[in-house]
Ligand binder design. Structure first.
Ligand code: SF4
Ligand code: SF4
Length: 420
């Protein structure tokens, strides 16, 4: 990763959400690469403006996907953020303060199965109108998170998705481990259940080891790589002990983090090689479902526009598969302009940078085609962010994970969920 690779061509500008929103060079990948270079040469360049310029990056990786010189701008800024997180917390930077605060909560809730169950319970309470309003006005609750309450379209499930009983035989050659995540395991537990049903419909044996942990992506952003490393080790062991050759992931953000675990360990550390093995096994659920011989629907089940989550399309290069599985299961796809421009979710960017996140959300919603029923996104952060901005809870469109839409279509055709 080297800032010197940048040839200042500007091809990254139109891909960068903060540049297209502000039109300011400093808020572009090229401007940020220039600044990183200057900071390397002279530390005194670091002032409040410089911090803001780098910290406003959504880490969407769109610049990396289009850069002809392979400049890893997103990665470099994330490294800078991790190294600077603790020192900048005390520099008066509000977003770093929020990052660290969120990180403490996240460690508590996502650090154990009991914590996850509590998180799920609290999210359910927050859906009760009076209690929810009271909770979100408590001093510990970030103001920027209030609006996200409206991002939960359906009732939060009562049990974690890891309690789902799969039917994997002891010696299965088609065994897949499902990575259930933290937000997916709690707020979107039903999506993970649906993923299991669809995989089983495709002839796959699914295992969900209880020992798996949160991927740790949010802790990396919060400047705590040691937490991510611990959880990475647990996830590597869980996959190895599951004897599955494939690790299916329902959240794009988690998939990217899992694929990058090897970067956490020194090349001479045995965990580095084990992490590389895990990376080879990781596959987004939409890619895996597209490969399986699932039946074509016998009728039309709705109209849908696909939003491409940054960590799916830019970081993992997955664009067609969500459309393929939706189309095969009877949905008419209507493309939206700028489907691959960030919606403003960006991990917890919408909590730490509410103003910019709001601008990106408005831009995203303005591009949704009229008359469609669904906006599909294979990442929980995008679903929460976009649903929170939709004006009317009683009318279309609504957001849904592609897995849920596919499951609904097959359920209507009596192919899955027959025991429900
Ligand atoms: S596309 Fe790459 S080389 Fe061109 S300006 Fe952007 S970062 Fe630099
Ligand atoms: S990672 Fe995204 S927000 Fe950050 S500089 Fe690149 S394109 Fe812009």
């Amino acid at each position: 990763m080297d800032t010197g690779q940048c040839v200042h061509c500007g091809l990254c500008l139109s891909a960068c959400p903060t540049y297209v929103t502000t039109g300011v060079e400093a808020e572009s990948p090229r401007g940020r690469v220039f600044l990183l270079q200057k900071l390397r040469e002279k530390a005194s360049w670091l002032n409040q403006n410089a911090i803001k310029t780098l910290d406003d990056c959504v880490d969407c990786r769109a610049c990396e996907a289009v850069c002809p010189s392979h400049v890893a701008t997103g990665h470099m800024i994330e490294n800078w953020r991790q190294k600077s997180a603790s020192s900048l917390e005390s520099s008066g930077s509000e977003s770093f303060r929020l990052f660290r605060k969120a990180d403490r909560y996240l460690q508590f809730f996502f650090g154990s199965i009991r914590g996850l169950a509590w998180f799920q319970r609290l999210a359910r309470f927050s859906q009760i109108p009076i209690i929810g309003t009271w909770m979100t006005h408590m001093p510990f609750f970030p103001k920027s998170a209030r609006k996200l309450r409206g991002g939960l379209r359906e009732a939060v499930p009562r049990t974690l998705s890891r309690t789902h009983k799969s039917h994997a035989g002891p010696e299965s050659s088609t065994r897949v481990m499902l990575f259930v995540g933290c937000v997916m395991d709690t707020l979107y537990a039903n999506t993970n259940h649906h993923a299991v049903d669809l995989l089983e419909l495709g002839g796959v044996d699914v295992v969900i080891p209880q020992e798996q942990r949160c991927c740790g992506a949010l802790h990396m952003h919060g400047g705590r790589p040691e937490v991510t490393k611990n959880w990475a080790r647990a996830n590597i062991q869980a996959l190895e002990q599951s004897h599955a050759a494939t690790l299916a992931v329902t959240a794009a953000g988690c998939g990217t983090m899992l694929k990058e675990y090897a970067d956490l360990f020194d090349v001479n550390d045995p965990w580095h090689q084990r992490a590389e093995q895990l990376a080879k096994a990781v596959v987004d659920i939409t890619v895996l479902l597209a490969q399986l011989p699932l039946p074509a629907a016998s009728s039309i089940h709705g109209t849908v526009s696909v939003h491409d989550p940054c960590h799916l399309v830019h970081a993992q290069g997955v664009r067609q598969e969500p459309r393929q599985i939706l189309s095969r299961s009877g949905y008419v796809i209507q493309e939206m302009p700028e489907s691959d421009l960030c919606c403003g979710a960006g991990g917890i960017y919408n909590l730490t940078h509410p103003e910019m996140a709001d601008k990106l959300l408005k831009r995203k919603l303005a591009h949704i085609p009229d008359g469609i029923e669904w906006i599909a996104a294979a990442n929980p952060g995008c679903l929460l962010q976009m649903e929170s901005g939709l004006p009317d809870k009683d009318f279309n469109p609504h957001t849904a994970h592609p897995v849920d839409l596919v499951w609904n279509a097959y359920h209507t055709e009596n192919l899955v969920g027959l025991q429900d």
